[in-house]
Write a protein that binds this ligand. Sequence first.
Ligand SMILES: NC(=O)CCC(=O)C(=O)O
Length: 264
Amino acid sequence: MRASLLQVDVNEGESVESRRRRVAAAVRDQAAADLVVLPELWTTGAFAYEEFGSEAEPLEGPTSEAMAKAASDAGVWLHAGSIPERAPDGTLYNTSLVFSPSGDLAAAYRKIHRFGFDQGEAVLMGAGDTLVTVRLPETVLGLATCYDLRFPELFRGLVDAGAETLVVPAGWPERRRSHWTLLARARAVENQAFVLACATAGSHAGIAQAGHSAVVDPWGEVLAEAGPGEEVLTVDFDPATVAGTRERFPALKDRVLGLDRPRR
Ligand SMILES: NC(=O)CCC(=O)C(=O)O
C-alpha cells in the first residue's frame, strides 16, 4: 500500500482560496498512491483562532467539494485533514473528512480532545464524542486529530474497533516537536499499528509549525520522516505487518481490564 502525506505550508501570506486550489492540485498529482493524507485545519491554520468562525464551512462546503473532486480525479482514498465545520445548529467542530476514490464522503470525525485549556479551540469549538474507523480494501483506518495523540485510551478504543492504521493530522508547534515524534512512535508500539502522522509546515498566528510528518510501523520503527518545510512524504508499507506483529508478540492479548481503584 502506498501512502502520501502532504505536509502543507500554512501561513497568512496565502489566502484560504489559493491554498485550497494548490492543495487540490497536489492531491491530483498523487494518483500513484492508494491513500493521501492532509494535515489538521490546513485552510486556516490550527492556531488561527480568529479565522475559525469566518472560514467555517458545512460538511458540503467548498473544501469538501474541492477535496471530493481531487480524490476522484486522482482515484485515491483521501484523508483530507480537518476543516473548521459549522454544524447545522451553529456549533463549530474540528472535523476530519475521508473521501473514497469515487469522491464520496466515507467518514467524518469530530476531534474529541480540543486544545487550548481555557482558550482557543477548547472554547471556540465543540467536542466530538464518537470514535471513527474507515475500512479500506487494504486496512482499517482509525481517526484521531493532533492533541488526541496525547490520549492513549482513544487509540485503544480505535484498536478495539478494528483499526490497524492510525491516521493523525496535526498542526503541531515546533517548540513541542519532541513530543510529536515520541507520541507518534508510542501510539504505534503500544497499539501494534501503523501511524501516519501528517503535520503542517510554516508559521501562522506567530506559531512556528513542527513539520516532521512521519510514518511509523507497528514495531515503532520510523519508516519515513519529513523535514520542517512543505513536502510530500511517500511511503510503501504492508498492512499485513499489523496482524503478523500482533501474532508474534501478542501483548494486546495480555491486557488486564477493569482493575479495581486503590482503596483510600
Ligand atoms: N492543534 C493541536 O491540537 C495542538 C496540540 C499541541 O500543541 C500539543 O498537544 O502540544
